[in-house]
Design a protein around this ligand. Structure first.
Ligand code: NAP
Length: 290
C-alpha cells in the first residue's frame, strides 16, 4: 500500500514510518519538521495538495498538538491542529477515496467510570487537549463515514521522543529521590507495539473506533518504579498525589484519574495481542542508547 503519514517526525511517526517500510509499504513521510515532505495540516490548501499529489491508499494521521498543559493555556492553538487539521485530512481523504487512520487518546474520557473503558463508553474530556482530540474524532467520523479508523492510545513512549521513561531515567540519575503521581492509573504503551497494530488495522480494515494500548494498567508511580528497577538504579521513587504534582510543577490540566482502556474491538476481531506493559517497557529499555 501507499501510506501518507502526518507528523512523521514525531515519537510515533518515526517508528511507524520505519515499520511501514519494513512491511513493504511505500511511505510518504510528512511533517512541519525539517527533513520531511512539508505539510502543515492546519493549512487546507497544503493538506489537499499533499493528498492529491501522493494519492495514498491510506493516511495515518499522527500530527497533533500533544502539549497537554499548553492546550490549557492556548486552547485555540490545540483545536486548530487537533480538530481543524484532522478535518482537513479527513476531507482530503474523502476526495481521493483514501482510508484515514486518526490516532486519538484516553484523554477523551473523564476517568470516573471506575473500570477500564471500552470503545462503547461515552466520552467526556476534562481538558482542552482531550476535548480538541475528541473534536478531531467527531470531525473524522462525520467527514469520512465508512473510510476511517480511530485508534485511541495512552501513555505513549518510544525511543524517538520526549516521554515519561526518559524523564524518570534522567531524574533518577540526578535527584536523591523521584516524586511521582500515584493516584492516576492508565495503560503505558510502547510506540513499537502501537505502530505494529495500526499497520495491522490498515492492512485488514474494518472502519470504526479501536482502543490500542499496552495490556494491563498501573499508576505513574508503579510505572516509574518498574523503570528505575529495570534500569538497575537504586534511587527511591516516592508517591505524590496529582494535586501535589499540579502545584509543584504549575500544571493547569485536570487529567483522568483512572483511564485504563479495554481493547474490546480488537478482542472481538481476534486481533488483540498487545503485550503486557512490563514486557514492552523491558523491550524499550533494551533499545535505549546507553
Ligand atoms: N504522547 C502520548 O502520550 C499520547 C497519548 C495518547 C495519544 N497520543 C496521540 O498519538 C499521536 C502521536 O503522538 P506523539 O507523542 O508521537 O506526538 P509528537 O511526538 O508530538 O509528534 C507529533 C508530530 O506532529 C507534528 N506537528 C505538530 N503540529 C503539526 C501541524 N500543524 N502539521 C503537521 N505536523 C504537525 C509535530 O511537530 P513539532 O513537534 O515540531 O510541532 C511532531 O512531529 C498524536 O495524535 C497524539 O495525540 C499521544
Amino acid at each position: 500500500m501507499k501510506v501518507l503519514v502526518t507528523g512523521a517526525g514525531g515519537m510515533l511517526g518515526t517508528d511507524l514510518c520505519a515499520d511501514l517500510q519494513a512491511r513493504g509499504h511505500e511511505v510518504v513521510a510528512t511533517d512541519t519538521r525539517e527533513g520531511f515532505v512539508p505539510l502543515d495540516v492546519t493549512d487546507k490548501r497544503a493538506a489537499f495538495a499533499a493528498v492529491h499529489e501522493a494519492r495514498p491508499d491510506a493516511i495515518i494521521h499522527c500530527a497533533a498538538w500533544t502539549d497537554v498543559d499548553g492546550a490549557e493555556r492556548n486552547p485555540d492553538g490545540a483545536y486548530r491542529v487537533n480538530a481543524l487539521g484532522s478535518w482537513h485530512m479527513a476531507a482530503a481523504a474523502a476526495e481521493t477515496d483514501a482510508l484515514l487512520l486518526y490516532v486519538s487518546t484516553d484523554f477523551v474520557f473523564d476517568g470516573r467510570k471506575g473500570a477500564p473503558y471500552t470503545e462503547f463508553d461515552s466520552v467526556n474530556p476534562l481538558g482542552h487537549y482531550g476535548a480538541s482530540k475528541e473534536a478531531g474524532e467527531r470531525l473524522v467520523r462525520q467527514t469520512l463515514p465508512g473510510r476511517h479508523i480511530i485508534a485511541r492510545t495512552a501513555w505513549l513512549y518510544g525511543v524517538h521522543g520526549k516521554n515519561f521513561p526518559y524523564a524518570i531515567l534522567n531524574l533518577a540519575k540526578k535527584l536523591p529521590e523521584v516524586p511521582v503521581v500515584a493516584d492516576q492509573v492508565g495503560c503505558p504503551t510502547h510506540t513499537r507495539d502501537l505502530s505494529r497494530k495500526l499497520i495491522d488495522l490498515i492492512e485488514d480494515p474494518l472502519p470504526g473506533t479501536y482502543h490500542v494500548a499496552g495490556a494491563g494498567h498501573c499508576s505513574w508511580f508503579d510505572f516509574a518504579r518498574a523503570i528505575v528497577a529495570a534500569a538497575g538504579l537504586a534511587t527511591p521513587v516516592v508517591p505524590i498525589t496529582a494535586r501535589e504534582y499540579a502545584e509543584r510543577f504549575n500544571s493547569p490540566t485536570e487529567r483522568p484519574a483512572y483511564s485504563p482502556m479495554r481493547r474490546l474491538a480488537l478482542e472481538m476481531r481476534g486481533m488483540d495481542d498487545m503485550p503486557p506493559w512490563q514486557e514492552s517497557m523491558a523491550e524499550f529499555l533494551a533499545l535505549v542508547p546507553k
